[in-house]
Design a protein around this ligand. Structure first.
Ligand code: DC
Length: 218
C-alpha cells in the first residue's frame, strides 16, 4: 500500500477538479469515487432498474463490469466518462449510492486501487469507510450557495438548460440524501484537515492542499 490521501465533502465543493489537478501536479494516481457511483447509476438507469433493494438490482449490480483506466471509466467496455456528468445523473445518483448492495459491490474495487502505489481519492466516505487508515485526510466544503453557483456555471458551459434555483434545491436535496443515508453517510472523518472553499479560488485550494501533501509525504 502506498501513501493514501482522501478528500471527502459534499456535492459541488470542488473536490474532483481540485483532486485531479493535485494528482497531475504531484504525480499521484487519482481515483474519482463519485464517477464510480455515477457510472453504476448511469448503467442501472439505462437498464430501467429502479434504485430499490431487490433481486433484480442485486443481479444487475453483480454482473456490471466496471474498469477504471487512465482514459476514463468504462462500463461493460463502453467509456462513460462524459455521459455520467449530465444533469440527469446529478439528480438520480444519490438514490443508487444509498443502497447497501451498490456500496458493498464497489468497496473492493476502490480498495484495489491503493495496491498500485500512492493514491489520492475523493468522495463522501473515502476517509471514513474505504480508507479509514489513510495517511492524510481532507474535508472540503463550501456553503450550499457557493456550491450551487459553481455547478450552475459548469452546466451552463456544457449547454444544459438549467435554472440556478433548481440547482440550489438539488444541492440541498443531495446533501440531505448523502448525509442521512444509513450506509456510509457523509461525515467529516476524525483527524481530517477541514477546508472551507466558499471564498477561495480553485487555484488557492489546489496550492494549499498540494503544499500540505508535499510536506507530509517528505
Ligand atoms: O462527487 P459526485 O457529485 O460526483 O458524486 C456523485 C454521487 O455519488 C453523490 O451524490 C454521492 C455519491 N458518492 C458516494 O455516495 N460516495 C462516494 N465515495 C462518492 C460519491
Amino acid at each position: 500500500m502506498g501513501f493514501v490521501i482522501t478528500v471527502d465533502g459534499p456535492a459541488g465543493a470542488g473536490k474532483s477538479s481540485v483532486t485531479r489537478r493535485i494528482s497531475k501536479r504531484l504525480g499521484i494516481r487519482y481515483m474519482d469515487t463519485g464517477a464510480i457511483y455515477r457510472a453504476i447509476a448511469y448503467i442501472l438507469d439505462q437498464k430501467g432498474i429502479a434504485p430499490v433493494e431487490n433481486e433484480e438490482l442485486a443481479r444487475a449490480v453483480a454482473s456490471i463490469g466496471l474498469r477504471i483506466e487512465a482514459e476514463g471509466i468504462f462500463v461493460d467496455g463502453t467509456n462513460v466518462t462524459e455521459a455520467i456528468r449530465s444533469y440527469r445523473i446529478d439528480r438520480i445518483v444519490s438514490g443508487y449510492a444509498a443502497l447497501k448492495t451498490v456500496r458493498g459491490a464497489l468497496l473492493d474495487l476502490q480498495r484495489e486501487q491503493a495496491k498500485h502505489g500512492d493514491l489520492i481519492a475523493d468522495g463522501r466516505d473515502t476517509g471514513t469507510v474505504v480508507f479509514p487508515n489513510a495517511d492524510l485526510k481532507f474535508f472540503l466544503t463550501a456553503s450550499p450557495e457557493a456550491r450551487a453557483e459553481r455547478r450552475y456555471k459548469e452546466l451552463l458551459k456544457k449547454g444544459e438548460a438549467v435554472v440556478y434555483k433548481e440547482v440550489l434545491a438539488q444541492i440541498h436535496e443531495r446533501d440531505r440524501t448523502d448525509s442521512s443515508r444509513e450506509v456510509a453517510p457523509l461525515r467529516e472523518p476524525a483527524g481530517a484537515i477541514h477546508v472551507d472553499t466558499s471564498l477561495m479560488t480553485e487555484n488557492e485550494v489546489v496550492n494549499e492542499l498540494a503544499f500540505i501533501i508535499q510536506n507530509r509525504m517528505r
